[in-house]
Design a protein around this ligand. Structure first.
Ligand code: GLN
Length: 480
């Protein structure tokens, strides 16, 4: 599959966007991964024809001209449904487009459909999706990761070169690692969340899945920039982003000792050793960094994220929004309870209960307030780390993709995000790039983190490491 920048160049110089979009629709039709929830064939082909007309008239439709993109099912589009992978919103049609969708379209991208995710973005395997699990294109017996599993699989299977996902605790980076594609979570406040169905508002951030870092930067340049509809978004005006690989010679790369442990699968540990060796050969300066609070990340995250989720999901009451139970004669309270019990799956219910508990009068200080304090300490620890290194490097996940149905214990599932939740807690940018495969040909992912709002520096560093990987002959993106 061609990169987004190649497609845009082709279309901007007279190549047919209709042809490109039709080919993507054909590939999606033949796909068996269940990545797509629905496609927008008619509107996508109309949009593509419009782009072709504009190019023929001498206009330039933008840096993503004719690029087919997929949108995670928790990002609002007026076309089709926005179901968040839930029975609760099975038939919900949004009356507006998310800012990110409007921006993509404004840059010439063509939205070809919505992709499946864990219910309300809660999960690490896309198995909590009401519309069936998504299969990992590298091995269909395995999960694609989650919660943005459909987005990762859509790029990895070569269906589209770009998909949007959301990342609250790792939901872009972890599936990117499992599927062998690039997944970028910008700093909190870089990309507008308006139109993203909120899971945990202080942690959520939208970002792209692509085949490489240069495409991630291209899409990021289109997405970022102030939005009056999102007060947490930096008001700086939108500006394009282009990667320029940093010189690895002399670059200070921190490796958190807590991520280089016995807890990693053997293939992950070997990959990390190999990366260390390549970086040393390239002249980078490797520094061991002590992130003593890394292991507090998961518990802090599961208090804050569930607290916010319990409040955000209160709006789905079966009266104003969402699935309404058949309950003739029921009063409003009973109707609400029944609708919510029927509409939400087990994982979402578990989190609402946990979140309500940690916010309840008797436990607020012991759990929620304490988690906020630890959150601040974690952020401070990251900031301190960035005073001694340019970026932090670790495996994205402790292991490669697991079997569908392979993890049934919720806590074991939560631990998949051990290395990723820190970036959300601290609000810093993070990227996962593919770095080879294990002996079963399962992709492995390398995570890089940088200081708040050092998103461009992060992308430049990732691009340099990607170049180093390619020179070493290590496989990159899995997409055909
Ligand atoms: N896997 C994590 C969770 O289940 C992260 C999800 C996300 O980033 N949306 O909450």
């Amino acid at each position: 599959m061609k990169t987004a920048r190649d497609i845009a160049k082709h279309v901007n110089t007279g190549g047919s966007a209709v042809e490109i979009v039709q080919e993507a629709l054909d590939r999606i039709q033949a796909d068996t991964s269940n990545a797509f929830r629905e496609t927008f064939a008619e509107s996508a082909l109309t949009a593509a024809a419009d782009i072709d007309r504009r190019v023929a008239a001498g206009e330039s439709p933008g840096p993503l001209a004719g690029v087919p993109v997929a949108i995670k099912d928790n990002i609002c589009t007026t076309e089709g449904r926005t179901s968040c992978g839930s029975k609760m919103l099975e038939d919900y049609c949004s009356p507006f487009d998310a800012t990110v969708v409007t921006r993509l379209q404004g840059a010439g991208a063509v939205v070809v459909g919505k992709v499946n995710c864990d219910e309300f973005a809660m999960g690490s395997s896309t198995e909590t999706c009401h519309f069936g699990p998504v299969k990992n294109p590298a091995d269909p017996s395995r999960v694609p990761g989650g919660s943005s599993g459909g987005s990762a699989a859509a790029v990895a299977a070569g269906l589209v070169p770009v998909a949007l996902g959301s990342d609250t605790g790792g939901s872009i980076r972890q599936p990117a690692a499992f599927c062998g594609v690039t997944g970028f979570k910008p700093s909190y406040g870089q990309v507008s969340r308006w139109g993203l169905v909120a899971f945990a508002s202080s942690l959520d951030q939208i970002g792209p899945f692509t085949m490489d870092t240069a495409d991630a930067a291209l899409v990021f340049g289109v997405l970022r920039g102030g939005d009056p509809n999102d007060g947490t978004c930096d008001p700086a005006p939108a500006k394009p982003c282009q990667v320029e690989p940093t010189d690895l010679k002399g670059m200070k790369i921190g490796i958190p000792t807590q991520t280089a442990t016995d807890g990693n699968a053997e293939s992950v540990a070997t990959m990390l050793e190999q990366v260390r060796q390549h970086l040393t050969e390239a002249g980078a300066e490797l520094v061991d960094v002590d992130l003593s609070l890394l292991d507090q990340g998961i518990s802090t995250y599961y208090v804050i994220a569930t607290a916010e989720a319990s409040s955000n999901l209160a709006r789905f009451d079966g009266i104003r929004y969402g699935h309404r139970a058949e309950a003739p004669g029921a009063g409003p309270d009973e109707l609400m309870a029944l609708s919510r019990s029927e509409g939400f799956g087990a994982e979402v219910r578990r989190r609402i209960l946990l979140g309500t508990y940690v916010l309840s009068a008797g436990y607020y200080d012991a759990y929620y307030n304490r988690a906020l304090k630890i959150r601040r300490m974690i952020r401070d620890e990251y900031l301190k780390a960035f005073s001694s290194c340019d970026v932090l490097l670790s495996p994205t996940t402790p292991s490669p993709a697991f079997e569908l149905g392979g993890i049934t214990d919720p806590v074991e599932m939560y631990l998949c995000d051990r290395y990723t939740v820190g970036a959300n807690i601290a609000g810093i940018p993070g990227i996962s790039i593919p770095y080879g495969q294990d002996e079963q040909n399962l992709p492995l992912g390398l995570q890089l983190l940088a200081a708040p709002f050092a998103d461009e520096e992060l992308l430049n560093a990732a691009s340099a490491i990607e170049k180093m990987r390619d020179l070493a002959g290590i496989p990159g993106a899995m997409s055909p």
